[in-house]
Ligand binder design. Structure first.
Ligand SMILES: NC(=O)C1=CN([C@@H]2O[C@H](COP(=O)(O)OP(=O)(O)OC[C@H]3O[C@@H](n4cnc5c(N)ncnc54)[C@H](O)[C@@H]3O)[C@@H](O)[C@H]2O)C=CC1
Ligand SMILES: O=C(O)C1=N[C@H](C(=O)O)C[C@H](O)C1
Length: 295
């Protein structure tokens, strides 16, 4: 039986970090366990999750690289999870890469081109994806497949994109950005700057068609996305929607990504679908290789 995978969650005092830390503990100590240190933007009081008291260290002060090296030595096979902020994405990835630390990056935003280039060329195993919820990833993969098989199929159609998230979200949905890439390959010519971002609570709560119809109990944690395509003469319309309440779908997917990454560490991608030596993965890779629990 494989050894339990040690997982460090940065920042588990944030909303997603906490959901992932809870999911790590819930998955069971025979599968994975939470290491007792996490990075945040600043040092904070320890947080107890399950029976683990986690020390919260500042990633900006002291020597975070030495902390990582020490954790790696104490917890062989360590996987780091990053759910921080768009402004931290590139610097945090640089730190993990510099210390050859495999990681799962769920944080959105930052300079994505640089992120993917830097990590791919480093050879440090990583899963990077703006969406970790496996059913949403399956939809994302289906759109990608449609774009590959039928490029230009929606040429001339007008696309509108509306996304609603908790008002603390600072960036445009990373998932919408990824899915719009496929719509553009299908011929839509959509500028992501034209996406409608709903962050005000009254509009979120108001029923459809005037509002988003978000259940009030999920105002602090929801992700509603609608992509609407209309033909040039307005006679044909398509609407695609994925509406998520809460965060467990992403947290469970993240634990799956950690286990996937752990199986890849040191061997590259072994499946028929993957080119040998591949070290940078996304959630579509994780999905393709199966083995994800159903939630
Ligand atoms: N890939 C996916 O499936 C999902 C991605 N996300 C993304 O995760 C990110 C975090 O979202 P939330 O947890 O809602 O935000 P949050 O604001 O609740 O948490 C962010 C945390 O990061 C900390 N932080 C700031 N700078 C840091 C640094 N340099 N290093 C370490 N920690 C730092 C903050 O103190 C805060 O506690 C966002 O980019 C969001 O879009 C969220 C849900 C799902
Ligand atoms: O910040 C969030 O909450 C989410 N962020 C991700 C994104 O930007 O796409 C995934 C999901 O939408 C939730």
């Amino acid at each position: 039986m494989a050894a339990a995978v040690p997982i460090m969650v940065n920042d588990l005092t944030g909303k997603m970090g906490r959901a992932v830390a809870d999911a790590v503990v819930a998955r069971g100590a025979d599968v994975c366990y939470l290491v007792p240190v996490a990075f945040s933007g600043e040092a904070k009081d320890p947080v107890t999750i399950g029976d683990v008291a986690v020390e919260i260290k500042s990633i900006r002060d002291g020597d975070p690289g030495a902390v990582l090296d020490d954790l790696k030595a104490k917890h062989p096979g360590l996987v780091v999870v990053d759910y921080t902020l768009p402004a931290a994405v590139n610097a945090n990835a640089d730190l993990y890469v510099k210390h050859a630390q495999p990681f799962v990056m769920g944080t959105t935003g930052g300079d994505r081109v640089k992120l993917l280039e830097d990590v791919a060329t480093s050879g440090v195993p990583a899963v990077i994806a703006p969406q970790m919820g496996k059913q949403v990833v399956a939809f994302q993969a289906a759109m990608k497949l449609m774009a590959t098989n039928f490029p230009g199929a929606f040429k001339g159609y007008t696309l509108t994109v509306t996304e609603s998230h908790q008002s603390s979200k600072v960036d445009t949905s990373g998932t919408a950005k990824a899915i719009v890439e496929s719509f553009n390959e299908l011929g839509c010519g959509f500028d992501i700057k034209d996406a409608v971002l709903v962050r005000d609570v009254p509009t979120q709560i108001a029923p459809i068609p005037n509002g988003m119809g978000v259940p009030e109990e999920h105002i602090l944690g929801h992700a509603f996305h609608t992509y609407r395509l209309t033909s040039p003469d307005n006679t044909v319309a398509f609407e695609f929607q994925h509406n998520v309440c809460g965060r467990s779908i992403y947290a469970e997917g993240t634990v799956d990504a950690c286990l996937f990454l752990s199986s890849k560490m040191g061997e590259g991608c072994a499946s028929e679908d993957c080119e040998a030596g591949k070290t940078l993965f996304d959630m579509i890779d994780v999905l393709r290789e199966g083995g994800m629990v159903t939630n």
